[in-house]
Design a protein. Sequence first.
Length: 157
Amino acid sequence: MIILGIDPGSTRVGYGVISGDKNFSLVDYGVIEAKRKKADALILEISDKITDLIKTYKPDLASIEKIYFSKNVKTGIEVAQTRGAIILEIARHKIPIKEFSPSEIKLSVTGYGMTDKKGVAKLVAKILNIDSLTGFDDASDALAIALTAAHNKEWGA
């Protein structure tokens, strides 16, 4: 089974791809960084890159982080727009989607819902049997989201 995890953002979107059924291994991870400034062009750029990931890895399941309350309403709206476009692309490819809150993800991966980003990254690396994760937190968060979906017993329902 291939699982795609997505950590949505307004201009940077983390992605993580894992494979396996009980023991999971790393396939790929990284960030999509939109270069365009206008909202319509930015969303289209991110959507196109999500489609490329779907075509490359052919995931059986996708998972995405729910938006939590943002103090900056403008940023919250921008993330919501990007997240909606990502969900649309996943749905167009008829891939089941699971959504998890930040605390659900942290609890699933670390056993504690308030773990910091470094703690999440460290445990994700340990679960996937790799030395460490490099790059932006968005990518390690996306892997945590994929692992949460993998451990969620209700995904097939």
